[in-house]
Design a protein around this ligand. Structure first.
Ligand code: SF4
Length: 472
């Protein structure tokens, strides 16, 4: 499969995905529905742009003083009866969680949907230690039962339609616990009921839960999870031990700051005015919820991102997924093509910063965009994703590779010609005289570009010559 200059892995994966008609139809239907609902929910608020500016300012302020707020958070969580652990990378975070679960003597945990735990591969790491992690979010359950990978931040099974979900439930539920009811159809109500019955068993049995958090409040040590199904509330309140793995960028300074984000997030993500379930907890309280609480603060590349002046805005992200739903590339390629748990525009900038750009897939991600800017327009914390993409492309080009050497040589030659008017005029005349010999398609690595585009016709006479002859 030919690739455009310097683009290895994403184009190959995307090319496979765009040939899958069912996948494209599922994605188109789902992203357009969420996108339209979001636009209506946002339009209801006259002060949306001011809220957006406030959210951006709070995040920027917090990131500038991240060290101070994290220490304040640790003190507040500890004072409220929780225990804070610091994890430099995925391996350390997984080891901490596995040790904590083993100490309880349990062999299984229930999970609240969490991008951070997917990022570090927690379920796989726990399985290697003989601990089973049960996903309790409906879409995550579908992904887990189907031995699939998530393809959307908010709707991980967005690539599946109702018929496929019915098949997965009917065939796989029994291997994980309570089987699907006999004669299950693909009606949404029946599918939801099957999941509810299956999960209820898990909630009632679980002694340990693992969660992430949408926000952490430094001044009080409070953690916040927003969700739509109530499964999170069950996990956060029923088990004896709660372990929360949270990226260090999720801290906000004060309780008041939540007011801004609890308006921005639901409208941007599920297009709701407020989340059906907003759970907040501060350490432990006797007779109310878990009696043991552990917070694992995860770096895993985040401080490296913080050190990059252009890239650090990525850490403002509140994982609403609005950028995915408006992205023309995501809509056609789907989430799996991004080779990471973070798909879409945010994945194209976050993954190469978290993992570096050494591998072909990570080096290709900054190119997984048309730079149309739709992601920037909808982002509730105004992350200029196109700016970060171009910044990352520069880095990838600097690190070399065949395609990038050619691209750089072409740009260098163009720069020289455009900088020397006499050379430019001579080149234009030569191009005009030889126009009959011009190929319709570029040769070599540029060929993929002309597979779907026409090369512009070169005029017989350059504009400047025409102007000299015709000016009054
Ligand atoms: S980059 Fe912006 S729009 Fe995309 S998920 Fe993050 S906060 Fe939402």
């Amino acid at each position: 499969m030919p690739t455009f200059l310097g683009m290895p892995a994403f184009p190959q994966a995307a090319a496979r995905a765009v040939r899958d008609e069912r996948l494209r139809a599922n994605l188109r239907r789902a992203t357009h529905t969420i996108r339209d609902k979001r636009a209506r929910a946002v339009a209801e608020l006259e002060d949306w742009e001011r809220l957006r500016a406030a959210g951006t300012a709070i995040k920027d302020h917090t990131l500038r003083h991240l060290d101070r707020y994290l220490v304040q958070l640790e003190e507040a969580v500890t004072a409220a009866g929780g225990t804070v652990h610091w994890a430099a990378d995925a391996e350390e975070a997984n080891r901490i969680v596995a040790d904590l679960v083993r100490t309880t003597g349990e062999g299984e945990v229930v999970k609240v949907k969490s991008m951070a735990t997917q990022e570090i591969g927690l379920n796989e790491a726990l399985a290697a230690e003989g601990i089973t992690a049960y996903e309790t979010d409906l879409a995550e359950l579908i992904v887990q039962l189907g031995e699939d990978r998530p393809s959307h931040i908010l709707v991980p099974a967005i690539h599946r339609n109702r018929g496929e979900i019915r098949e997965i439930f009917a065939e796989r539920m029994a291997a994980w616990g309570r089987p699907a009811p006999e004669g299950l159809t693909d009606s949404p109500a029946e599918l939801a009921e099957a999941a509810r019955l299956h999960l209820r068993e898990k909630f009632l049995r679980a002694r340990v839960a693992v969660s992430g958090a949408n926000f952490m409040v430094a001044e009080t040590g409070t953690l916040v999870v927003v969700e739509s199904e109530g499964n999170g509330r069950m996990c956060l309140t029923l088990p004896r031990t709660l372990i929360s793995v949270v990226g260090i960028e999720k801290v906000v300074p004060t309780w008041r700051d939540l007011e801004v984000f609890l308006q921005l997030l639901p409208r941007s993500s599920t297009a709701e005015r407020m989340n059906p379930y907003t759970s907040l907890w501060t350490g432990v309280s006797e007779g109310d919820g878990p009696s043991e609480f552990h917070l694992v603060l995860l770096d895993n590349g985040r401080t490296g991102i913080l050190a990059d002046e252009v890239g650090r805005q990525t850490l403002r992200c509140i994982r609403c997924s609005a950028c995915l739903n408006v992205c023309p590339v995501y809509e056609r390629a789907g989430g799996h093509a991004y080779g990471s748990v973070y798909p879409g525009p945010i994945g194209a900038v976050l993954t190469p910063q978290l993992r570096g750009t050494a591998s072909p897939v990570d080096a290709s991600l900054p190119y997984a965009s048309s730079l149309c800017g739709a992601c920037y327009e909808v982002c509730p914390v105004a992350i200029d994703i196109p700016e970060v993409l171009v910044h990352l492309r520069e880095k990838v080009a600097e690190q070399g590779g065949h395609g990038h050497r050619l691209e750089r040589a072409a740009m260098g030659a163009a720069g020289y010609v455009l900088d020397h008017p006499a050379v430019l005029a001579a080149a234009e005349r030569l191009a005009g005289r030889t126009r009959a010999l011009h190929p319709r398609r570029l040769p070599g690595p540029g060929r993929a570009w002309t597979d779907s585009r026409d090369l512009p016709e070169v005029p017989a006479e350059p504009f400047r010559d025409w102007w000299r002859r015709n000016r009054p």
